[in-house]
Design a protein around this ligand. Structure first.
Ligand code: FAD
Length: 293
């Protein structure tokens, strides 16, 4: 399929900045005609499907050292945005510390795609399947913005309220708390696609929290995404669960709350009602298992 170049068929100019500042300044200078390219796996598909124009300026993130490396220390994993999904998945310490993130990454595309695709690209797309897991883990981002480096919650950045997210933001690192031995917690990640594997998701959900010594739920975080929906937290259901002991009655209320709050995005393959129902079912099924334990 022909790619639509923006300047009378001319190929775009490729920039290879070496620092975060340089990359951001290029994006700021060229505005809408420029795009950050990390693994390029999503962008390429969008060009081929003609859902995105090939811009005049491609800003490669491949040579920026600050976007590289996975470091685990003091209960936090710091993952460079340019780390590939395969490198994240293959990191045993990361897998042990953030199992649901590893599960989410393992369910994205085929290994050949994951060899190029990055965690920063998954987040930068705003619809990546790693995002629900990261939201449930209360992940933070280090981003480069107008006033320099800023550390903020992924949730806040995605919601974008009050200038939390700008179009030219560059994600530098993802920061996730790792599971410590002895943590009395639960966590889950589930994705339903149109086929068994390597397929865009219809519904992706994640959750994490703690059950205290009295059997009460604490610090519950739930999220949902899938298709073109920007994943988000399901705060009404979280509030209904926090401070309570699980019961069938609570689960039925939670199911309704998820359907009401989740801003699903329908398409030709599945409408919003189907996606809401599927997400509510996936989450309540997990709590049902917890109740039966
Ligand atoms: C066959 C196939 C199957 C796929 N299956 C899945 C799937 O199951 N689940 C899923 O989530 N995705 C899927 N994808 C999409 C894609 O591979 C992943 O989302 C991947 O993680 C994107 O990473 P990338 O480095 O290739 O991003 P790119 O394509 O380089 O960029 C994606 C977007 O993020 C922006 N971006 C990149 N890096 C940054 C950064 N550091 N800061 C700010 N913005 C940035 C880009 O400007 C662009 O808008 C699939 C793709 C293909 C081709």
């Amino acid at each position: 399929m022909a790619m639509e170049y923006s300047r009378f068929g001319e190929a775009p100019e490729v920039w290879e900045p070496r620092t975060v500042e340089e990359a951001w300044l290029l994006r700021r200078k060229f505005g809408e005609t420029a795009i950050y390219v990390s693994g390029g796996t999503l962008i390429r598909t969008q060009w081929e499907n003609e859902t995105r124009r090939v811009g005049d300026h491609l800003i490669s993130l491949a040579n920026i050292a600050e976007l590289k490396g996975i470091v685990l220390s003091e209960g936090t994993a710091s993952i460079g945005a340019a780390e590939t999904l395969n490198d994240c998945k293959g990191n045993k310490a990361l897998e042990a510390g953030c199992p649901i993130m590893a599960k989410a990454i393992g369910g994205i595309a085929a290994p050949s795609i994951r060899h190029l695709a990055t965690i920063g690209g998954n987040i930068g797309s705003l619809i990546g399947d790693a995002i629900p897991a990261l939201l449930a883990l209360d992940a933070e981002l280090l981003v480069y913005q107008e006033h320099g480096r800023r550390r903020l919650a992924l949730r806040e950045w995605l919601e974008g309220a009050g200038g939390a997210r700008w179009q030219d933001d560059l994600v530098i690192r993802v920061l996730v708390k790792t599971k410590q031995a002895g943590d009395e917690s639960f966590a889950f990640y589930e994705k339903v696609g149109r086929r068994e594997s390597f397929t865009p998701s219809l519904a992706t959900v994640a959750g994490a929290g703690t059950v205290d010594e009295n059997g009460e739920l604490k610090e519950v975080r739930l999220s949902a995404g899938g298709g073109a929906a920007i994943p988000h937290r399901l705060t009404a259901a979280e509030d209904a669960l926090n401070g309570t002991s699980l019961s069938e009655a609570t689960l039925s209320v939670v199911h309704e709350m998820i359907k009401r709050q989740y801003a699903a995005a329908g398409d030709l393959f599945a409408g919003t009602d189907y996606r809401k129902e599927a997400s509510a079912n996936l989450i309540t099924a997990q709590f049902w298992k917890l109740l039966r334990k």
